[in-house]
Design a protein around this ligand. Structure first.
Ligand SMILES: *[C@@H]1O[C@H](CO)[C@@H](O)[C@H](O)[C@H]1NC(C)=O
Ligand SMILES: *[C@@H]1O[C@H](CO)[C@@H](O)[C@H](O)[C@H]1NC(C)=O
Length: 322
């Protein structure tokens, strides 16, 4: 009975608020529920509501409310007492007929795909992630399978057809975001704050080309440690930074330096026509050819998987070993 009642309460509440698919209640009234008992000495507000639905709704909407006592016998509106403070044990409850005590719990969600993995997630796909604010939940795409032993969070993805849009042009130094609640391969970029949250649980970043088609076969691919180059801080034209691995059209090297460009007006890119650093030029280059993003204003090669067609996508990930 109690389960069914609370179950329908959850449904009711989601319907009531019309929450979008990425936003879930960050608190729930599951957990401690006691019939014919109430918590005394913690009530900060007493109102009349339509049963447990109404009382729960008011409590969930008020950050101060940690539990509530609700009159179950009322026909129509009944007493709803909102409690604050910690409820630690049953001995704080007193008997009261026709009332129910319900404790509200915080829901905890992972802050990155790595944390989701630690909590048991093993299947790549969309996960609900928690933002900095206690109540901010949103979807992110997690990849646990393309590189065994690694957990990657998609933080940005663009198709070539979107290369002139602000989210694809603005460097990581700026907090531009795009559809940050709806991960997609074509036009998606999380904002700066969320990037820092994911970065805090990541040691590496990587760029893959057309991940939905190729996954990771290490052709047209790069992986770098944040220690060597942090995209959110890097502000250099043609600096040499060590990469773990880089591959453009089969030209590849491990633990070598490659040239990277990012300025106020240039998104992070590698230019394969510049004979820079250990990696140097890549055969078949075009003049001013951009790789791994930053295509706007640069040349793009159809021989590079990220840019071979208008529908090709460039995918940026933050992640680490699990
Ligand atoms: C990496 O480059 C070497 C030549 O330097 C080549 O033999 C090898 O096939 C390349 N690897 C990939 C995955 O393309
Ligand atoms: C793109 O590359 C081709 C071949 O190298 C060159 O002819 C052309 O001028 C380049 N375009 C730009 C915008 O750099």
């Amino acid at each position: 009975m109690a389960g069914a009642l609370l179950g329908s309460f959850m449904l009711f509440a989601q319907f009531l608020f019309g929450y979008a698919r990425e936003t879930k209640f960050c608190r729930e009234s599951r957990g401690v529920t006691h019939y014919n008992e109430v918590l005394t000495g913690h009530t900060y507000k007493s109102i009349l509501t339509s049963g447990i639905f109404g009382c729960g709704h008011v409590c969930l909407a008020d950050p101060r409310c940690t539990s509530y006592n609700c009159q179950t016998s009322a026909v129509g509106r009944g007493i709803c007492e909102l409690n604050d403070g910690e409820f630690s044990s049953k001995r704080h409850l007193v008997k009261k007929q026709s009332f129910v005590f319900v404790q509200v719990k915080w829901k905890r969600r992972p802050k990155s795909c790595w944390e989701a993995w630690k909590q048991g997630a093993r299947t790549s796909g969309y996960y609900i992630i928690q933002g900095r604010a206690e109540c901010l939940f949103y979807e992110m795409y997690c990849d646990f399978s393309s590189e065994p032993g690694w957990a990657w969070t998609l933080i940005m993805s663009q198709s070539m057809s979107r290369k002139n849009e602000a989210f694809a042009k603005e460097p990581f130094l700026k907090g531009t975001f795009k559809n940050q609640r709806y991960p997609s391969w074509e036009n998606y970029r999380i904002g700066m704050r969320r990037m820092w949250i994911v970065r805090a649980q990541s040691s590496h970043w990587r760029v893959t080309c057309d991940f939905p088609s190729y996954g990771v076969d290490y052709r047209d691919y790069v992986k770098v440690t944040f220690q060597k180059l942090n995209p959110m801080k890097y502000h250099v034209s043609g600096g040499c930074r060590q990469v773990e691995y880089i591959n453009i059209r089969g030209h590849n090297c491990s633990k070598c330096t490659a040239g990277w460009w990012q300025t106020e007006t240039q998104f992070l890119t590698h230019l394969s026509d510049k004979d820079a650093c250990q990696f140097g030029k890549t055969f078949g280059f075009l003049d001013n050819e951009a790789n791994f993003g930053g295509y706007w204003g640069n040349n793009v090669s159809t021989e590079f998987r990220c840019s071979s067609m208008m529908t090709s996508t460039t995918n940026h990930w933050f992640g680490c070993k699990v």
